[in-house]
Write a protein that binds this ligand. Structure first.
Ligand code: PLP
Length: 414
């Protein structure tokens, strides 16, 4: 890249920050430094406006009404489905199922495909770095079906040990369910390779995209995953809505999930028939407002471009990593070969919760604890970490504030 191209490509972070109203508030009389983006990102004004515009201008239930408001709401809701299809490059819009988020998407697969296809002695593989949302549904299923849950280990750096994964695969393996990116370590897993190996063994693959959809380019066709679940709220969108992508032939062959309105063709006491995709899996009134506003979040992300988002966040990650390593007694947990902008650390003799509280007193929002990955914490022999996770609107100045906050906390607590 030439110098001019680099400059043109450079993000105007301060202009982006103006689009996030919450970033101008104070916390404990200090300007907010929000580093809890892996838990949920903040929302740009376009998303907040889309949400309130729906309620102010065309609030109505979707799909069944013939009046103008119902038609407008239906069109806006379905337009989000088209945007999601383009965002993850799914080949058909029917492959996009709206859910409450990643957790519901994974549960949907477990309760439908899982109940139909998993039997006694079958094996499901997950990794030790999974979020509880990608462990517990499979544990429930395995218990019910007398199936076996197998676990891929990670090395000290936080990389999956692919050779160990290969050893776990067998003709008993029916499913592999894996995080694209770890929320606790930031590790980017080699999903393409994991999927290839699973398919060679005759198994399907669910990808937990909760942490990847906002940072990485997602192309479900190229990835060749069978299912891909993600949440809008980690992607500058609203809470309470998300997506399960599934290959059409699989979704068609699966039994229904929740029963009720919207998911039926005809109901009688003798026999009920079900709607076609995607409505077959969308029982009841969905989260209309948030799903409509999700489109604005996707457009916001695409208008900046994933590559520019990534370049900016990687610069922050590398700066934060080098500044944190200067601090004596601080250890970074998770130094994988490929990472997104998540940095987890522990400090000798100090409890992560105390650090979190002292940093909050300085206006810095960090996440502390096990990050819904207790088995991973057990693997590293710790009860939790302090985690900073960066988004498009964060700056190096904010990292400096965090660093001096951490140093102050160490002084106060030692
Ligand atoms: N999987 C991963 C890797 C996550 O980080 C999270 C949330 O933190 C989830 C799943 C669950 O997402 P949600 O709570 O939006 O359903």
């Amino acid at each position: 890249m030439t110098e001019t191209q680099i400059l043109e490509n450079k993000l105007d972070v301060y202009a982006i920050r103006q689009q996030f109203p919450i970033l101008s508030r104070d916390v404990k009389d200090k300007p907010l430094v929000y580093f809890d983006n892996a838990a949920t990102s903040q929302k740009p004004r376009v998303v907040i406006d889309a949400l309130s515009n729906y309620y102010q201008q065309y609030n109505a239930n979707i799909h069944r009404g013939i009046h103008t408001l119902a038609e407008e709401a239906t069109m806006a809701f379905e337009a989000t489905r088209d945007s999601v299809q383009a965002f993850i490059n799914a080949s058909e819009r029917e492959e996009i199922i709206f859910t409450r988020g990643t957790t519901e998407g994974i549960n949907l697969v477990a309760y439908t495909w899982g109940r139909q296809n998993i039997g006694e002695g079958d094996e499901i593989i997950v990794s030790v770095m999974e979020h509880h949302s990608n462990i517990v549904p499979w544990q429930i299923l395995c218990k019910e079906k007398k199936a076996v849950l197998k676990v891929i280990p990670v090395n000290e750096e936080g990389d999956l040990i692919v050779e160990e994964y290969q050893k776990l695969l067998s003709d008993r393996t029916k499913l592999v369910s894996i995080a694209h990116v770890s929320n606790a370590l930031g590790t980017v897993n080699p999903v393409r390779r994991i999927i290839e190996l699973a398919h060679d063994a005759g198994a399907l693959v669910v990808v937990d995209g909760a942490q990847s959809a906002v940072h990485l380019d997602i192309d479900v066709q190229q990835m060749d995953c069978d299912f891909f679940a993600f949440s809008a709220h980690k992607l500058y969108g609203p809470t309470g809505t998300g997506v399960l992508y599934g290959k059409k032939r699989l979704l068609e062959s699966m039994p229904v999930f929740l029963g009720g309105g919207e998911m039926i063709k005809e109901v009688s006491f003798e026999k009920t028939t079900y709607a076609d995709l995607p409505y077959k899996f969308e029982a009841g009134t969905p989260n209309i407002a948030d799903t409509i506003a999700f489109k604005a979040a996707l457009e916001f992300t695409s208008s900046i471009g994933k590559q520019r988002i990534r370049d900016h966040e990687m610069e922050l990650l590398s700066y934060a990593t080098s500044r944190l390593t200067e601090i004596p007694g601080l250890k970074i947990i998770g130094q994988a070969k490929e990472k997104i902008s998540v940095i987890s650390f522990i400090i000798d003799k100090l409890h992560h919760q105390d650090i979190g509280i002292l940093l909050d007193n300085q206006g810095v929002a960090l996440r502390t604890g096990h990050h819904c990955t207790q088995p991973l914490m057990q693997r590293f022999g710790i009860s939790g970490t302090t985690r900073a996770s960066f988004a498009i609107y964060n700056t190096k100045d904010e990292i400096d504030i965090m660093i001096s906050g951490v140093k102050k906390a160490i002084k106060m607590l030692s």
